[in-house]
Design a protein around this ligand. Structure first.
Ligand code: CAO
Length: 474
């Protein structure tokens, strides 16, 4: 009996694809699930399997054709009835899959041939169910043996996440790598999306069959692993005592939070740093002149206090910098208040207390408040309220030294101002070199929201206002 093989559904909302290759010819005897053509979409190149076996009597399509879902591809002489085949993400529901890779896909360097890679990033890379549903502060480590194309969450992340499963509870591998794991393609796909190695999942079904629930249970186990919670499970460290004496010190709470927060930022925020230098010669004269008056009020008029004041003005001028990116709901949250975090170096580590409503306070008030929170931070007297609600952060390392650095944007903020040590420099002005006090600034920002031109404008504005503060009167 002659039967038609049609193009099955490949992925959600995909109605057609381009035929890149025909993998069989008229007269071939094919078996069920054998790949017969290769379809290319804007996402990937995918092998299409036949839902029935038989002898090919006609091929209705040509390489280069655009083929629509449901269109007849070929005709076979077969006794078995055609069953619907669902192909999603390149994995037909009935194709045997090893380690998340369909049997029919050639794998080179860990990347299946059929995955289109652009600029070193698989075309399917992006926000996954896994990354959008997981708690913000927890990173699910990528497991060893998971094909790199399927681990969206790991694209562009530091390499420490690539062998993260070492030492996690999922160490108990149920199936040796390369063996056939009893799980349906949709379950495999789900595990892949979570960045999990299916061969490590314990199947609770008949004959060890793995279900969605088993994958979820495994993911939960990985997340709740104490080592993951402490971010110490990215990779097992070598035994350094092989090369010399070592000492162990448990990580403090502050160090742990700093590690978690910086990893979270580094992995979720694409950051760009803009550099500039401000001529603070005049403002420095003003600072020294006004120091005594501020001291009388109980404050210390430093460059940090001045930058607090001017940053609040800049945030009003450039509201994008006073916003947060909410990828889950695809929205930008603009704040109508201005709270600025100040990085404080303490013996226990870095703390970032927040000065509230900076725009509503005078320079003297800010100097007093800054003095107070920096002191409370160093004496470990900050309340949890004083550590919350920051919209933007200033990190001034100029009291210590250095010519420039690249601060890391705090999670849920979009920019941070780094300040290095000011110094007298020869500046070419009106045909001659003149000594000017120059302050190096670096602005790290979240490129998801802020474009390069925005970053440059913000910093140029800050420099201008530091040079001529009366510009803010206009
Ligand atoms: N260039 C030159 N001198 C500077 C300066 C700069 N950018 N910033 C501060 N100074 C000077 C101050 O004027 C002060 O000099 P005097 O004692 O002669 O007046 C001296 O350095 C010390 O300043 P300070 O630290 O007491 O006060 P501050 O308000 O400038 O800074 C604070 C407060 C809390 C920001 C700072 O003490 C601090 O902890 N800095 C470290 C921040 C940090 O660790 N950042 C890294 C975080 S990771 O991104």
């Amino acid at each position: 009996m002659k039967q038609e093989i049609k193009l099955p559904e490949i992925a959600d909302n995909l109605v057609s694809g381009f035929l890149s290759r025909i993998l069989v010819k008229v007269g071939d005897v094919i078996v069920k699930d054998q790949s017969v053509i290769e379809i290319e979409t804007d996402k990937a190149a995918t092998d299409i399997p036949t839902p029935i076996g038989g002898k090919i009597v006609d091929i209705k399509v040509h390489a280069g054709d655009e083929i629509r879902v449901g269109q007849t591809i070929m005709v076979v002489e077969s006794d078995s009835p055609v069953q619907d085949v669902m192909v999603r993400d390149g994995v037909p529901d009935s194709v045997a899959v090893r380690d998340g890779v369909p049997d029919s896909v050639v794998v080179r360097d860990g990347v299946p041939d059929s995955v289109v890679v652009r600029d070193g990033v698989p075309a399917s890379a992006g926000m996954t169910r896994a990354s959008s549903e997981l708690p913000k502060s927890v990173v699910i480590p990528t497991e060893v043996g998971t094909p790199s194309h399927s681990t969206n969450a790991s694209v562009g992340t530091p390499s420490h996440s690539t062998n993260a499963s070492v030492g996690t509870p999922s160490q108990t591998t149920n199936f040796p790598a390369g063996s056939l794991v009893p799980a349906s393609p949709s379950v495999r796909r789900f595990a892949r999306e979570l960045g999990l190695d299916i061969s490590r999942v314990k199947g609770t079904g008949k004959g060890g069959r793995i279900s969605d629930e088993d994958v979820k249970a495994h993911a939960k186990e990985v997340i709740q692993s104490p080592k993951v919670a402490e971010f110490a499970a990215y990779a097992e460290v070598p035994d350094f005592s092989k090369w010399g004496p070592v000492e162990f010190q448990p990580m403090s709470r502050i160090r742990t939070i700093t590690a978690e927060s910086t990893v979270n930022s580094w992995q979720t925020i694409p950051q760009v740093v803009q550099f500039d230098k401000a001529d603070i010669t005049e403002i420095e004269k003003f600072r020294l002149m006004s120091k005594a008056a501020v001291e009388k009020a109980g404050g210390k008029l430093t460059m940090t206090a001045i930058l607090l004041k001017l940053s609040a003005m800049a945030l009003k001028q450039f509201p994008k910098f006073n916003a947060s990116v909410d990828m889950k709901n695809k929205q930008i949250i603009y704040k109508n208040y201005i709270n600025i975090g100040i990085a404080v170096d303490t013996e226990q580590g870095l703390l970032v207390p927040v000065v509230q409503n900076v725009d509503k306070k005078s320079l003297t008030q800010l100097s007093v408040e800054l003095n107070g929170i920096a002191e409370r931070a160093r004496n470990r007297k900050l309340t949890s309220e004083e550590m919350q609600g920051g919209c933007f952060t200033i990190s001034n390392l100029g009291g210590i030294g250095g010519t420039s650095f690249t601060p890391i944007v705090y999670p849920n903020q979009v920019a941070i101002l780094g300040v290095s040590k000011s110094a007298m420099e020869p500046v070419f002005q009106d045909g001659a070199f003149v000594p000017r006090n120059m302050l190096p600034l670096s602005l790290s920002y979240d490129h998801r929201l802020i474009d390069g031109a925005d970053g440059a404008r913000f910093l140029v504005w800050m420099c201008k206002v530091l040079e001529q503060p009366f510009l803010t009167w206009l």
